[in-house]
Design a protein around this ligand. Sequence first.
Ligand SMILES: [Zn+2]
Length: 220
Amino acid sequence: MRTVLKLGVAAAIVVSAYWAIVRVAEAKANALAGGHTFVLDQKSPEEWEAFAALRGRLRGWGESDLAATLFRLQERGDLWVAPDLAGGRSAIYVNALNLVRRVFIRRDELVAHGLPFPDLDVPESAQRTFETIRLAGTLFHELQHYDGLEDEDATYQREIRWYKELRERVPERLGGDERRLFEWAVDSAIKSAAAAREKAEESGLESGRRGQVPNVALPG
Ligand SMILES: [Zn+2]
């Protein structure tokens, strides 16, 4: 009996020590994402609706796989919202002590209100499409890391391939002006990822892309 009790106490100590370490890992992940983070679920209706809208757009572009993968990530509780994510990042993957693995999405990228580039002579709808494609591509990138891919260059390669496939598939279903604007949006996202890839090559670190004005000319 006494042995059983001792074992029970030992197990309780191990379990509580484990959870104490998990708490440390969670605090570390939260700090790396800029603090004040929260899990993405129905309890945050505005973010939840924006997440549903993002998946809806992805499905409309024939990207049901990515929409479903993001939904599974959310169901596992590993998709988080980061209101104060720094460094021009719209999303990041964080692995804290191998205990907490999360993708954080910057809140104002998910719930976008203002016009991204007020001075740019490109229609608002195209600017928003560009932002959505860039965010989706960045999430695709972070999902590669979540699945275990560490090499930055290989990750950027996959991300750029994702844009190119999108560019091949979607425009054929669109008419004149819509098609022209969609191509501009994808080309701008590719250019932005290529610039980030170059920076990553120099620093070895993934870099942010928010606020970069797309410098792809609108095809006439
Ligand atoms: Zn990366």
